[in-house]
Structure formats: C-alpha cells, structure tokens
Design a protein around this ligand. Structure first.
Ligand SMILES: [Zn+2]
Length: 491
C-alpha cells in the first residue's frame, strides 16, 4: 500500500487528502518548456520541485506515470527561428537537445512520456473536433476559437470573471474578447499543418489538454506547473478538457511559487539578469541547486540573489561533512551499550537518527513540505558533529550513527539529494571552486610538492609561506599520517 499524502489544491484552495483515480497509481502532467532558449534558474525551480515530488511519490510506493511536455510550436520559437534564419522545428529541436543535456546535468529524471506539439497533431484534432461538435468552439476565417461564453464555470481556477477578461489572441473573427485560439489559420513565414479546418497551427493551450488525455487519460490525478501558468494557460486547459470530454480534468492542481529577484526585480531577458542553469552548473554541483530550491516550501516565493548558491553550497558541504564523519566512525558493539557509555551526545544522535524517517515521512506527506525535513537534517548533522568530537566515538560510535546514515539515505531516495559519496561531492566542489578562484588543481599540487620539499629540507619558513598562500586562496591543507590532502574551504 502506498503511503497517504495531502496536497494543497489550487482549484479548491484547500489542502486535501490525495485520492487516486486508480488504486496505487498517480498520473501527473507537468507543463514543460517552450523551447527557444536554455533553461534558466526560474524554470529550474518547477523542474526540481516536480522531479523531487515524483521521486517522493515513488519512494512512498506509488506507481507514477510522469508526463512533461515540450512546446515546440509557438510564437516565440517562430520569431527567434525566423530572426536566426532557421527552420522553427529544427530550432526547437536544438533547444530540446540542450534541455536534455542540462536536465541530465541537473539530475532530473526523464519523464515517462515527453510529448511535444509537433508530434501530437492527431490528439489535438480529436479534441478540437469534439469541442466543435459539442458547441464549445466555432470556426472563423480559417481559425477555430474556444467559445468562453459556452463554458459555464470558466474562470474557476483563477477565480476571475469572464466579462473582465481578454485573451492574448487578437484577431478579427472572434466573438468575445476572452475567446482564445484552438487553431490558428496559416500565416506566411510560419510552420503549418493540414487540418480538417485548413492549414495552420494549434493555439498554445490546446496541446496540454490533448497530450494529457493521450498520455494519461481524460481525467488526470495531478496537474502541475508554475504559479504563473494558472491564468490563462491552466484555466484554458480546464475549459478545453472539460468541455471537450464532458469530464473533470485534473483532480489536484499543484503550483510551485515563483523565483523572485532581489530588490523586487523579476527575472527577465530584458533585465539582463537571466541565469542559465548551464552557467550555474559550471560553478556549483547540481545538488547545491536542488537544495536551494527544496529548502523552501514549494509554494512559497523564493528569493534569488547573488548569495543564493554560495549559501546553499555551504549548507550542502556541512551536510556532506556530517555524513562523511558519521561514515568514518567504527565499532561493532550493540548501539544501546555505546549510547549508555558515551552519554548525552551519543543519546541525542541516536534518538534524532531513529526519529528522522518518521519526521521526514510526515513532512513530505503534508503538502510536500521539504523545508522542515531539511531543517531536521541540519539538527542531525549538528548532533553527529558534537558526538564525533568525543574521543571514544571514533572507535565505538559507528552503531550509534547508523540510523542517522539511514536518514540521509532516505532523503536521497525521496528528494534526490546525496546521490553520491561525500568524497565524490567534495571532489566536484573542489573542481568547480578552484575554477572560480583562478587556480588549477595542478597549481595546488605543485605548491604542495614544493611545500613537501621545503619541509624535508627543514625550511619551515618557506613551508609556512606556501600554506599561507594556499590559505589566502581558500585552499585548506590537511596533514594526516596518510599524507596531505586538500579541499576548497567554504564559508
Ligand atoms: Zn501546459
């Protein structure tokens, strides 16, 4: 039996217990990218939130059908492609490939299905045909329009009144200003497909209604996306699907909050502050970005400033350090014996470790609260560090930290953090940080060799000088009986 959970439903504005359409299964459709540029840190929030949510559902025992589309036919793509003198579909394909590359680097699971507009025309025709037959759409000058007045509860997701609305689709031939295009008549310089209503291309919203029905069913369990999609996109999806199929569309609407730029700026190309995921990943491991997004509740607005990733990096280092310390503790006595011998710090780490899994489950089951368990993880990390300072912990503490280590593993399964061993993570940090410091690993190794030679020659001044030089570059040198290792120190 999969574990029960609740979700805040944008449609009802309430947290509700999740009831699947089919026992044990979740069909989730998430609006994906319009592919005309690289994925930026704003898009990445939705990607990471729903990726982690799907991981959580699977770890909780649900059989998940995860669908995320690509919008590969769209005004912006056509305009950009035309400016570049490229074929719009080839242009979109280029950015689908880039998305896959960046998404893989970001640690995103590939969805079970990734439909795209250009290969979903039959499903789009079927839905438009049904809307025309049922009297919810009309043809005019080679285009097909959705008749908003025919849809009694139009506006129910965004709670807006129809008579105050205008759709962005401006054209002569539509009856009401709120009506939006299902099919747009062909225009010069645009890609087009033959349809029962003449040559043209689909409007923006129809694709998601058609692809959700094709990939999941006419009624789906969960529909996800960014809060900015509630109106008009998701409102129009509901209208099309419910009027076209005569059934409820999505039972739960799950929207992630947006990323806000510091000083109240919105991220936008025109503001010159778009940060590509690809660029961010040059300087930071992917899990640092994931932690940055998940440390906040998915529905809260998230502030972005130039300290966002450095802070998340320092946080991730602290967590991996604690895990590394825990893994380094040895011993094979029963944990209870060690706990009773080693006192309060042993007891704290044992208790926090043992209660962690339940606390994690509870938080995630309540509207996917990832912020709280991350807080608990820091509590656990502090307890591990305190305990590991005890002289006897090194040789006997292993069994005491086992539940804590299991806790990290559970976070790995449910949220996609800790996908590697601490040592691998620190190598990654080292490589990325030294790049930023303007020094190479070889430079560091050479300086360390020189320091070794100086020490052998008892030239302590030179040895200290080198250490200070490395220190100034945030390179932390660690002497141990096994030799010298180094790390980039993170504040
Ligand atoms: Zn969509």
């Amino acid at each position: 039996m999969p574990s029960a959970f609740s979700l805040y439903n944008t449609l009802t504005k309430n947290a509700e217990s999740f009831e699947p359409i089919e026992a044990g299964k979740v069909g989730i459709y998430v609006c994906g990218m319009t592919v005309y540029d690289h994925i930026h840190i704003g898009h990445a929030r939705a990607m990471i939130v729903f990726d982690s949510f799907v991981r959580y559902l699977r770890s909780a025992g649900w059989d998940v059908n995860f669908v995320r589309n690509f919008t590969d036919v769209d005004d912006k793509i056509i305009n950009r492609a035309n400016e570049a003198g490229e074929d719009p579909l080839a242009y979109a394909q280029k950015y689908i490939d880039a998305f896959h590359k960046d998404g893989d680097a970001l640690g995103l699971l590939r969805p079970d299905k990734e439909p795209r507009v250009s290969t979903s025309m039959e499903a789009i025709f079927t839905l438009i045909r049904s809307l025309l037959e049922r009297g919810h759409a009309y043809k005019s000058e080679g285009s097909v329009w959705f008749d908003v007045a025919s849809c009694g509860d139009y506006g129910k997701l965004s709670r807006q009144k129809v008579d105050e609305l205008r759709s962005a689709d401006e054209s002569a031939g539509k009856k009401n200003s709120a009506d939006f295009a299902l099919w747009k008549a062909v225009k010069p310089g645009e890609p087009s497909w033959e349809s029962p209503w003449g040559a043209g291309r689909p409007g923006w919203h129809i694709e998601c209604s058609a692809m959700a029905a094709e990939c999941i069913g006419e009624t789906i369990d969960i529909h996800g996306g960014g809060l900015d999609l509630v109106f008009p996109h998701h409102e129009n999806e509901i209208a099309q699907s419910e009027c076209g199929h005569g059934k409820p569309y999505a039972r739960y609407w799950m929207h992630n909050g947006l990323l806000n730029m510091a000083a109240g700026q919105k991220m936008g190309k025109s503001l010159g502050n778009v940060i590509n995921v690809r660029a961010a990943l040059e300087d930071y491991p992917a899990e640092v970005l994931r932690l940055y997004y998940l440390q906040n509740h998915y529905r809260s607005p998230l502030l972005w400033d130039d300290q966002a990733l450095p802070t998340a990096l320092a946080m991730m280092c602290r967590l991996y350090e604690a895990l590394e310390v825990a893994q380094s503790l040895a011993g094979n006595e029963p944990a209870a014996t060690v706990v009773s011998d080693l006192g309060d710090d042993a007891k704290a780490v044992w208790q926090l470790g043992n209660s962690f899994a339940d606390k994690l489950d509870q938080s995630l089951a309540q509207d996917f609260n990832t912020a709280q368990p991350i807080g608990h993880l820091f509590e656990l990390a502090r307890a591990i560090n305190r305990f590991s300072n005890h002289k006897k912990a090194k040789k006997r503490g292993g069994p005491v930290v086992q539940p804590a280590i299991q806790g990290f593993k559970k976070v790995a399964d449910a949220l996609g953090l800790f996908q590697q061993e601490p040592a691998q993570f620190f190598v990654q940090v080292r490589e990325k940080c030294i790049r930023k410091l303007g020094i190479t690993a070889t430079d560091v190794e050479n300086l360390l060799d020189e320091r070794k030679a100086a020490r052998a020659a008892k030239d302590w001044d030179r040895a200290d000088e080198i250490r200070a030089e490395l220190d100034a570059k945030s390179i932390q040198v660690m002497d141990s009986p096994d030799g010298v290792t180094w790390r980039v120190s993170i504040q």
